[in-house]
Design a protein around this ligand. Structure first.
Ligand code: M6R
Length: 359
């Protein structure tokens, strides 16, 4: 039931602070210890490579998971689009471990990869929002997102739940491997900050609605740019805009702009820079300025510690491995208001189904 909300999407965006709190309460003890199946941790710690597999937004959550897993566990990690992996399996390492990311647990492309993985007797984990879903039943292990039903076709709270749970998993496996970096990662405290930060952003909806009205409702195209973890959020942010507002949007690695894509910039084209990674913040700012010099209308989503006067959305500081949990929210809301103000059916965009059960 969407209660007083006009669309499920807005309700689901607003639920994200609580989803963070629930995950933290379920998988982290009061004193911050991870509470996960020791057999799962053992199986992952024995792997020489982790493969994250997903489609659409779940694939994008995997891109963040790779960074978290590599940093906290030291195990090389690859992320693959399920539909590409299913029939062109890459050369696998000797002891691979597979993680399937799927809100619904029913995505046919991901399931096809799992069928192959099971034929080869490799261990696997499904991270899903739906208990007893196909991908959950067929994998060796399951972790539930407990995000509550996600009804809107555009995935929002499942993305942030996946990223938070990947972080918890990465910390637990890293601790199992006795890595100081994992032990020192105070995830309990960080997730509390994330929940607070999310609440702040959703409380400032009006500001985002105005930007949607001023620059996006009549836009033919729009671009998100960023580097590293911010690049991964850029492509998720662009998918949201395409999917429900039908604005042709793309996410670009900002350093690649001058290698071709900057040719797309026209007078008034909205370009949003996502700036949460400290090492590359100034580079992304220069790239944004380059688009502005070619007529783009630019906006910035920046982390407080890296923000400058005039930035459009400033999100609170959290650990760099968790910034997508906050930087994606203005983008979700921007897509929502653009769709709403164009008079579209936000929850049921054309040509799409909530879960894609055919290959
Ligand atoms: O249920 P899944 O997470 O496996 O679904 C994967 C994609 O179909 C899904 O994320 C899709 O891209 C969303 N509509 C994006 O908002």
């Amino acid at each position: 039931d969407k209660g007083t909300y006009p669309y499920y999407m807005l309700k689901e965006i607003d639920e994200q602070p609580n989803v963070m709190r629930r995950l933290s309460a379920k998988y982290l003890s009061q004193d911050g210890q991870t509470v996960l199946d020791p057999n799962l941790l053992k199986a992952m710690a024995n792997a020489d490579r982790i493969y994250l597999v997903g489609a659409g937004t779940s694939y994008h959550a995997g891109l963040v998971g790779k960074m978290q897993l590599e940093r906290l566990t030291g195990i090389p990690t690859e992320v693959r689009v399920a539909s590409e992996f299913a029939y062109d399996e890459p050369l696998l390492s000797e002891h691979p471990f597979f993680i399937f990311l799927s809100q619904s647990g029913e995505t046919a492309d991901s399931r096809q990869v799992l069928v192959n993985v099971n034929q080869q007797h490799y261990p696997s984990l499904t991270i899903t929002n739906v208990a007893n879903s196909t991908l959950s039943r067929e994998a060796t292990f399951t972790l539930l997102l407990d995000a509550g039903p996600e009804i809107s076709v555009a995935s929002t709270k499942a993305y942030t739940a996946q990223i938070a749970l990947e972080a918890i998993l990465a910390k637990a496996v890293g601790e199992h491997l006795n890595r100081a970096v994992a032990r020192q990662f105070n995830l309990k405290q960080q997730l509390a900050l994330v929940a607070q930060g999310m609440q702040m952003i959703v409380d400032e909806k009006a500001q985002i609605e105005k930007v949607a009205q001023d620059a996006f409702v009549n836009a033919q195209q729009a671009f998100y740019i960023g580097r590293g973890i911010d690049y991964t959020v850029s492509i998720e942010a662009a998918l949201k805009l395409k999917e429900i507002s039908y604005v042709h949007a793309e996410g670009f690695a900002s350093g690649e702009l001058k290698h071709g894509t900057i040719a797309l910039i026209e007078a008034g084209t909205p370009v949003i820079g996502i700036i949460t990674a400290s090492r590359t913040a100034s580079l992304t700012r220069s790239n944004l300025a380059e688009t502005e010099a070619r007529g783009a209308k630019t906006f910035v989503i920046a982390r407080a510690g890296l923000s400058e006067a005039g930035d459009t959305f400033v999100i609170p500081d959290v650990d760099e491995l968790l910034t997508p949990l906050l930087s994606v929210l203005p983008a979700q809301l921007l897509a929502y208001y653009t769709s709403l103000n164009k008079g579209l059916n936000v929850d049921l965009p054309r040509n799409l189904a909530k879960s894609v059960t055919v290959e």
